[in-house]
Design a protein. Structure first.
Length: 334
């Protein structure tokens, strides 16, 4: 039975690709002329030609469709990062179906709309955008309220809004591997800070803070770690600057008046027994801002920092921190 299903799906996949090779193909009745030529720029970055349909998702994620091939990219500073993911036949068909649904939505039905008469206020917790480019045509679908918004109570066309949001979220799943999903599912993670030998390490004392900076440069990576420690020992701030993302965490000590700290000590063997929950700085290097928000933000899970410089007499100090990325802020500024 499964064999027959695969044959049927492959058949429709072939039909789909044959129908959509021509550059004159109209992918949506809502498409319009790409006056900014953004499609041209994106195809140059992805090394795709004008025959490809390019789908651009928030946070530098791209999908290209050409013939029967569907490929997923992530971009950082106009450069493709990580390996390009090419979907298998089954996933490609599902992905095309999602895209067909999205391009059938009238953009006017999902634009921001607040009931002005009743002055409904909705907190903007996220932004969801999908843009399509093919040849000299474009289509942009934009929706900027969180998935928790009660569609029926506050907006017109609730069915279209739900359709857009559900299909948008389904598209993003094609960019993540099993390891990403595993780490994302963890309720607790530990960030391990190690000073490598090839790091530049500066430390200086100011009137109020102890400030240190580490810089590691390599062929494929550069990251900076800034650590600010107030002399009162009430607060430590860890700022991580990577090629494609910025992350900031704060640890409040037991002297803080606003929050009780969570600090505990373990034997060094803790690092080995909990290795599946420990992330190294180089592990974070390949992710974009919003990827890291899902992986390590304290809004989603408990986050602890282990600084190898704080290992004494075989005991490691483990500190809970709060914070994450500027994912949603960055999107709103675009």
């Amino acid at each position: 039975m499964n064999y027959i299903l695969v044959i049927i799906l492959l058949f429709f996949s072939t039909i789909y690709s044959q129908d959509k090779v021509d550059s004159s193909f109209i992918f949506s009745k809502y498409e319009h002329f790409d006056s900014e030529k953004k499609g041209v720029k994106l195809r140059d970055i992805l090394n795709e030609d004008r025959e490809a349909l390019i789908i651009f998702l928030d946070d530098s994620k791209f999908i290209s469709l050409k013939n029967n091939k569907v490929k997923c990219y992530r971009i950082c500073k106009d450069t493709v990062i990580n390996n390009i993911v090419e979907l298998n036949n089954i996933d490609a068909i599902k992905c095309k179906s999602i895209i067909d649904t999205l391009v059938s939505i009238d953009p006017k039905k999902i634009i921001n709309e607040i009931d002005k008469e009743n002055r409904i206020h909705i907190e903007n917790l996220g932004r969801y955008m999908v843009s399509f480019y093919k040849d000299n045509k474009a289509l942009k679908l934009f929706y900027s309220y969180s998935s928790e918004t009660n569609f029926e109570d506050k907006f017109t066309f609730p069915k279209d809004r739900k359709t857009f949001l559900n299909n948008y979220l389904n598209l993003t799943k094609y960019f993540y591997d099993k390891e990403f999903e595993r780490v994302k599912s963890l309720d607790t993670i530990y960030l391990l800070i190690e000073r490598e030998k090839n790091m530049q390490y500066e430390r200086s004392n100011f009137s109020d803070t102890i400030y240190s900076t580490m810089v590691e440069k390599g062929k494929n990576m550069t990251h900076i770690l800034d650590i600010n420690k107030l002399k009162s020992i009430r607060q430590e701030t860890y700022d991580f600057q990577f090629n494609c993302s910025y992350v900031s965490f704060t640890h409040l000590s037991r002297f803080s008046f606003t929050e009780t700290s969570n600090v505990f000590y373990e034997k060094e063997s803790f690092l080995k027994t909990n290795s599946d929950k420990i992330l190294h700085l180089e592990d974070l290097q390949r992710f974009t801002q919003c990827d890291l928000e899902l992986l390590i933000a304290s809004n989603y899970k408990k986050v602890f920092i282990i600084d190898k410089d704080e290992i004494n007499d075989g005991k490691i100090k483990i500190k809970e921190v709060k914070g994450g990325t500027r994912c949603w802020l960055e999107q709103q500024e675009d």
